[in-house]
Design a protein around this ligand. Structure first.
Ligand code: PAF
Length: 274
């Protein structure tokens, strides 16, 4: 595996590879990230992964400084997973002095994570567009756990007419249903036991909606269930799966999305409905 940290190293490495599949990450890699690499390999593409903890997608009171970092461990995992290239840019490379161009997202970025984390998706879209420009991948792989992020990136790629295919990859879960996330490591033992209730609650709510139960009442009950499990629900919503607009009845395609705080950890999850 080639490790590139400068533009010169990236250019030299990129010249040795033809079409590539790309997996952007912020490091602290887990099985979810490895499933993205596996998906790219299955498509028959050499895989490039990036590790960059992107400051512009964190709010001032969020966990940028505390975000888990384990470069040596991550590189070993990428190598073992069969990555051809690891791109580890510095903040100066991604945001050069006098940097003045930022993407401002509307549409699917406006609600939910976008409302609770102002500026978050502008930061994601900006860094992802820069990474696409640097790596020029044929396809890029994103985990469905961050469903709204996948829709935002897809919208950005369509709007900027970027020549890259966005490939969503199903969420990887622990045996008890908890969606894998780099931040799960911050859960206490007690919180970890409660955390799978998010997936269980969404699964039950999705079944109820498909069975014809009133959506508003089902969502209200789901929020109550999460609170009972010790969580502080931010939102539980039924949305159009691509626009992320809230819907009051079953549409196609629909997604049930939720975010809840458990201790200091913000848990996210989502499911298709119908
Ligand atoms: O999902 C992530 O890890 C990040 O949002 C991404 C896509 C790597 C952009 O920084």
């Amino acid at each position: 595996m080639i490790i590139a940290r400068t533009f010169e190293e990236l250019r030299a490495a990129r010249a040795t590879l033809g079409s590539i599949g790309f997996v952007p990450t912020m490091g602290a890699l887990h099985e979810g990230h490895l499933s993205l690499i596996e998906a790219a390999k299955t498509a028959g593409l050499p895989v490039a992964a990036s590790i960059f903890v992107n400051p512009t997608q964190f709010g001032p009171r969020e966990d940028f400084a505390r975000y888990p970092r384990d470069e040596a461990g991550d590189l070993a995992k990428l190598e073992e997973a069969g990555c051809a290239l690891a791109w580890l840019p510095t903040a100066d490379i991604m945001y050069p002095p006098h940097d003045s161009t930022h993407i401002q997202m509307a549409g699917p970025a406006l609600h939910w994570e976008g409302a609770s984390r102002p500026g978050h998706f502008n930061g994601v879209a900006t860094v992802v567009a820069k990474l696409f420009g640097q790596l020029r991948p044929q396809a890029a792989y994103f985990g469905e756990k961050d469903w709204q992020q996948v829709q935002v990136v897809s919208r950005m790629v369509a709007d900027l007419v970027l020549p890259v295919e966005i490939v969503p990859v199903p969420t990887v879960r622990e045996a008890d249903g908890l969606a894998l996330s780099s931040r799960n490591r911050y859960l206490t033992a007690e919180e970890r036991r409660a955390a799978p209730r998010l997936y269980a609650t969404l699964t039950h709510a999705a079944q109820e909606i498909v069975a014809g139960k009133e959506v508003a009442a089902t969502l209200h009950h789901a929020r109550h269930e999460l609170a009972q499990a010790g969580m502080v629900p931010d939102y539980v919503a039924l949305v159009h799966a691509q626009s992320l607009e809230a819907v009051s009845g079953l549409v196609h395609p629909a997604r049930l999305i939720a975010a809840a705080k458990l201790g200091h950890v913000r848990l996210l999850d989502n499911l298709p409905v119908g």
